[in-house]
Design a protein around this ligand. Structure first.
Ligand SMILES: NC(=O)c1ccc[n+]([C@@H]2O[C@H](COP(=O)([O-])OP(=O)(O)OC[C@H]3O[C@@H](n4cnc5c(N)ncnc54)[C@H](O)[C@@H]3O)[C@@H](O)[C@H]2O)c1
Ligand SMILES: [Zn+2]
Length: 346
């Protein structure tokens, strides 16, 4: 047990027990083609009768049109308020399945069985649900906690390496914002060959602690957005082009840019900036971001949900393990940060 609704499990018997203890009128499972193939067979022996909906995988599918498919399926399958939706997949399935469940008949219960590292350490904890809209990430959504989150690292055995690497960015972020010792420890972890159980449990603990203090992101929860202000803008920018960047890959760039801003604005030590930069580039390599794209990226920052009064508020680091939120940053500084990323050798 980690905390409240999040449970670290080694066997799927726990899911069986949970389903038997609760008298759900109907059980539906949302999967994509990969989680249907690689993850569903692992839990099938522990499931009672259920219906299943497969959607296409990918961030491009996290939209209103897929929601319509999900709501239609729930309608035709006669989901009522006592039904349960099981989201079996990564952050896309969890965010969108949760959103559909939370809005269907004013709220049907759902549980998450996250199958990517990113969703195990981050997306399935904290109740943020939503879909992309009009080119903006997570533009429509709400806060609603799943009844349960069952985390089992066994799913990571089939996860492609680039997806594992993407999720690892959130683990590194957890250390950088709140736990210096954890940052030091995860720096020496080889993500291709890691002991995930302990890492996941520690990351979930950090995220849960922050979310519990501030469930709707009025204050301290904002620190989870370190690397995400410019990172999200970069991710969104590329979402609208033919180049694809995974969430964690974009966040890694964001963390380097925002570490630079931390050095400039909060006196983060230059040696720490170099350490963070070298480490992240060592794992994620460098992406070439054209200067001609800077303005577009910055315009996405201004649209960020975390802003108020037309200022772009950043989370910056005073030192590794200590983040400060609501630091206003202007466009020139953002350009300088993107330039730092562009020119650093890492
Ligand atoms: N709600 C939150 O707090 C929160 C936090 C962070 C990210 N997110 C969201 O999460 C999404 C990204 O999540 P993600 O990285 O999990 O991506 P994802 O859901 O797209 O999954 C990544 C890929 O891995 C495949 N896959 C999943 N599990 C697998 C397994 N065990 N074996 C083989 N293949 C598998 C999927 O089919 C997909 O192709 C983004 O939409 C992001 O906005 C949400
Ligand atoms: Zn993230």
């Amino acid at each position: 047990m980690i905390l409240d609704n999040v449970q670290s499990i080694e066997s799927f018997k726990e899911i069986d027990d949970f389903l038997q203890e609760n008298n759900f009128s109907k059980i539906g499972i949302l999967v994509d083609e990969n989680t249907l193939k690689d993850c569903f067979p692992l839990i099938l022996p522990f499931l009672p009768s259920h219906s299943i909906l497969e959607i296409k995988s990918g961030e491009e599918e996290k939209n209103f049109y897929t929601c319509i498919k999900i709501w239609k399926w729930m309608t035709h399958e006669q989901f009522d308020r006592k039904a349960l939706l099981i989201n079996l997949g990564g952050g896309v399935i969890g965010d969108m399945g949760g959103f559909c469940a939370a809005t269907f008949k004013r709220g049907v219960r759902f549980i998450n069985i996250p199958t990517t590292l990113l969703s195990q350490v981050d997306a399935s904890v904290g109740g943020k649900l939503g879909i992309d809209f009009e080119g903006f990430k997570n533009h429509i959504g709400l806060f609603q906690e799943p009844v349960k989150v069952f985390i089992n690292p066994v799913f990571l055995n089939t996860l492609p390496e680039n997806e594992l690497r993407s999720g690892f960015a959130e683990v590194l972020k957890h250390g950088l914002i709140l736990d210096k010792n954890y940052w030091e420890a995860v720096k020496s972890v080889d993500y291709k060959n890691a002991e995930w159980k302990k890492i996941i449990e520690h990351s979930v603990k950090i995220k849960n602690k922050v979310v519990k203090e501030d469930p709707t992101e009025k204050g301290i929860r904002k620190i989870l957005n370190f690397g995400h202000t410019l990172g999200h803008a970069i991710e969104t920018f590329y979402l609208n082009t033919s180049k694809r960047l995974l969430h964690g890959e974009a966040i890694a760039i964001g963390m380097i840019c925002e570490a630079y801003l931390s050095f400039k604005k909060l006196n983060l030590k230059e040696s720490d900036l170099n350490d963070i930069t070298n480490h992240l580039i060592g794992i994620y390599s460098k992406n070439d971001i054209a200067e001609s794209d800077y303005q577009k990226i910055i315009s996405f920052c201004l649209q960020d949900k975390k802003n108020s009064d037309h200022k772009t508020m950043f989370v910056l680091l005073e030192e590794p393990g200590k983040a400060i939120f609501d630091i206003p940053i202007n466009e020139d500084d953002m350009i300088e940060a993107l330039d730092f990323y562009k020119t650093t050798k890492g």
